[in-house]
Design a binder for this molecule. Structure first.
Ligand code: AMP
Length: 407
C-alpha cells in the first residue's frame, strides 16, 4: 500500500513526500481510513509506531476544508517533549496547507503562546495544566473543536492528569470526533475511553516479539515473602543492572526504599516523581550510580539503558503485552539477559497466557535454602505442564540442589 490510496489533498500529499514517507506503517494503514470517515478511534499503540502521522494526516485533511482562525483540533499530550514532537510533525506534513499549530505547556512564558492564540490557530497541541490556565483566563476558546486527540492517555493518567482531562472534555463540544491513544489499557483507562468515545473502532498494533536472547524463569513465592526472596536471589546471582517492576507507584517507592535499607544502590522510577527526578533516576542508572531501578510499567517506558542484565517482575504484569515490553528491556543489542518473574497465588492464569505467547514454558525455579514458609507448595499452583517428566525443572526434582545460576 502507498499514501496515494488515501487520496489526500495535494498539499498534504506534498508534505508526505517531503518527509520521505512512502509506505504507511501498520497503524497508519489501519487508522487513517477510519479517521477520514469521521469515526472515533481507540488506538492501542506505542510511540515509535508512526501513530502521530496516523492522526495528524487525517486532521490536516479535515482542516483544509472549512474556516480558518478557530481552534478546530485539540491534541492533548502528557509531556512537553511529546507535544513538541507532534507539533513538529504537523509543521512538516502540513507545510503547504498554511494550517497553523501552537504548542501550549507549562514551565515556559505564556506570552508567545498568547500571541499565537491571538493571531489565530487551527490546531492546539497541549499539556493539560497550562491548557486549562489559558481556558480559565479566557485566552483560549475550545467551543469550535471538531477533533479531540488524547495521546498517551495511560501516561497522562499515571501523571495525575485525569481530573484535568475530565475538565477539558467538558470544555469541548459534545459533537466531535475523539481519537484516543494509549500503549496500555488498564481498567481506569478503559473506563475513561468508554465514557468519552462514541462507538469507536479499535486499532491495535501488534506486540513486540520477546527478545530471543532472554531466558525466562518463574519463581513461585508466597506474597509476603517476595521482598526477602528478591534479596536472597540477588545474593546468589551475578547481576549487572537490574530493573524491577511493580504494579503501582506506591509499591515501586516502597520497594526501592526497602532495598536501599538492605544496602543496595537502588532507586525508584514512578509517575509521582517530577520529570526532573525521573530523569535523574534514569541517568543515575545509566551512569552506574545505582544498580537497581524499581519502576512501574508506564514510568519505565522512557528508559533507554542498554545492558540491563536482569528484569525482575516483582509483581506479575497485568497483560502479556506488558510482560514482553518489560522483558524487552534486557537482552538488548545482542546482550543476553534473564527475566525473573515472581508468581503468587492467583497468577497462574497470566502465567499460562505468557507461556502461550512466548511459545515456551517458563522454567520453575526455587531459591535453595530460602525460607518459603510452612506448607508452601508451588507445584500445586504452578505445575510445569510438560508431557515429559524429564523436562520437570531440576529444582522440583531434587530440592535443595544449587542451581547453576546461583553460583
Ligand atoms: P511516532 O510513533 O509517531 O512517534 O513515529 C515514529 C517515527 O516514525 C517518527 O520519527 C516518524 O517520523 C516516523 N514515521 C512515521 N510514519 C512513517 C512512515 N510512514 N514511514 C517512515 N517513517 C515514518
Amino acid at each position: 500500500m502507498n499514501f496515494e490510496e488515501f487520496s489526500f489533498d495535494r498539499r498534504i500529499a506534498a508534505g508526505v513526500k517531503s518527509v520521505g514517507y512512502t509506505t504507511p506503517t501498520p497503524i497508519q494503514e489501519k487508522a487513517i481510513p477510519v479517521i477520514l470517515k469521521g469515526r472515533d478511534i481507540l488506538g492501542i499503540a506505542q510511540t515509535g509506531t508512526g501513530k502521530t502521522a496516523a492522526f495528524v494526516l487525517p486532521i490536516l485533511q479535515r482542516l483544509t476544508q472549512g474556516p480558518r482562525g478557530k481552534v478546530r483540533a485539540l491534541i492533548v499530550a502528557p509531556t512537553r517533549e511529546l507535544a513538541e514532537q507532534t507539533h513538529q510533525e504537523i509543521i512538516k506534513l502540513g507545510r503547504d496547507t498554511k494550517i497553523r499549530s501552537v504548542t501550549i505547556y507549562g514551565g515556559v512564558s505564556k506570552k508567545p503562546q498568547l500571541a499565537a492564540l491571538r493571531r489565530g490557530v487551527e490546531i492546539v497541541v497541549a499539556c493539560p495544566g497550562r491548557l486549562l490556565d489559558h481556558v480559565d483566563a479566557g485566552a483560549l476558546d475550545l467551543s469550535h473543536v471538531e477533533v479531540l486527540v488524547l495521546d498517551e492517555a495511560d501516561r497522562m493518567c499515571d501523571m495525575g492528569f485525569l481530573p484535568d482531562i475530565k475538565r477539558i472534555i467538558r470544555q469541548v463540544p459534545e459533537k466531535r470526533q475523539t481519537l484516543f491513544f494509549s500503549a496500555t489499557m488498564p481498567k481506569d483507562i478503559r473506563a475513561l475511553a468508554d465514557r468519552i468515545l462514541d462507538r469507536p473502532e479499535t486499532v491495535q498494533i501488534g506486540m513486540i516479539a520477546p527478545a530471543k536472547t532472554v531466558s525466562h524463569a518463574l519463581y513461585p513465592v508466597p506474597e509476603d515473602r517476595r521482598k526477602e526472596l528478591l534479596v536472597a536471589m540477588l545474593q546468589r546471582t551475578k547481576t549487572g543492572r537490574v530493573l524491577v517492576f511493580t504494579r503501582t507507584k506506591h509499591r515501586a517507592q516502597n520497594l526501592a526504599t526497602f532495598m536501599k535499607k538492605r544496602g543496595y544502590r537502588a532507586g525508584a522510577l514512578q509517575g509521582n516523581m517530577t520529570q526532573n527526578q525521573r530523569q535523574q533516576a534514569i541517568s543515575g542508572f545509566r551512569k552506574g550510580k545505582i544498580d537497581m531501578l524499581v519502576a512501574t510499567d508506564i514510568a519505565a517506558r522512557g528508559i533507554d539503558v542498554s545492558q540491563i542484565s536482569h528484569v525482575v517482575n516483582f509483581d506479575m504484569p497485568d497483560t502479556v503485552d506488558a510482560y514482553t515490553h518489560r522483558i524487552g528491556r534486557t537482552g538488548r543489542a545482542e546482550h543476553s539477559g534473564e527475566a525473573f518473574t515472581f508468581a503468587v497465588r492467583g497468577d497462574s492464569g497470566m502465567v499460562r497466557e505468557i507461556e502461550k505467547t512466548i511459545g515456551t514454558k517458563l522454567e520453575r525455579r526455587r531459591v535453595p535454602d530460602f525460607d518459603y514458609g510452612v506448607g508452601f507448595n508451588p507445584e500445586r499452583q504452578f505445575p510445569q505442564r510438560s508431557s515429559s517428566s524429564s523436562r520437570l525443572p531440576r529444582s522440583f526434582r531434587s530440592r535443595g540442589t544449587r542451581r547453576r545460576s546461583f553460583r
